[in-house]
Design a protein around this ligand. Sequence first.
Ligand code: CIR
Length: 254
Amino acid sequence: MMFKHTIVKKPGKSYVNGLTTSDYGKPDYEKLLEQHAAYVEALKKCGVSVTILPASEEFPDSTFVEDTAVLTQEFAVITNPGADTRNGEIKEMESVLKDFYKKFHYINAPGTLDGGDVLQVEEHFYIGISDRTNEEGARQLKEILESEGYKGTIVPLKEFFHLKTGVAYLGNNLIVAAGEFINHPDFAQYKKITVSAKDEYSANCILVNDYVIIPKGYEETKRKMNDAGYKTIELDMSEVQKQDGGLSCLSLRF
Ligand code: CIR
């Protein structure tokens, strides 16, 4: 699938006070801005347009735009993010997406869903149940997708924060899997690049047209991808990782 557009959002200064479970320390805001700018450049290199939304201080985690929507070629699903401090992020995203989409669906309370829990593999979507996405939210998304001719499979998570923290799709029936997804029955049908526990962070990578963007510092993952015939772009993600974020979280791609 070729992507034409991406949406990102500049991080605000409040980013450093956002949600996190990691113990990598406080993010350095200036360094984060550099890493975010490099991310935008990498997307441009992949041949997509990049819409850059201005920072908003009232939503510290709003640079993680992926959680606010699930996008297909034909329609947008506005999510209902599971963290209270993030839920209001969907308002701005819905109005931005009106420039690109005519058809909208919504996840409604008591259902909650974060886009980070949704992985598209061709016409098949995998929907994680996590601390952020509840059963009702996952069920609503599955119903929406199936009403539109897609397939949906619900995957309760055991350890990962979001579904896409541990699994990515690279096209050609090939997934990247870490931890609980390496031997998971729902992904048994795919070819796999497996990521060891120490390199787990690199399982969150994104295929954008001719490149796979991966975090910097994971030589084994990079080598496996290059061996499989993929060109890679490596990005330093240190300040993003400090707030539990990964490469996929920083953009919507469609
Ligand atoms: C949060 O806890 O919501 C943010 N600090 C990180 C969100 C990461 N998003 C993602 O994995 N899709």
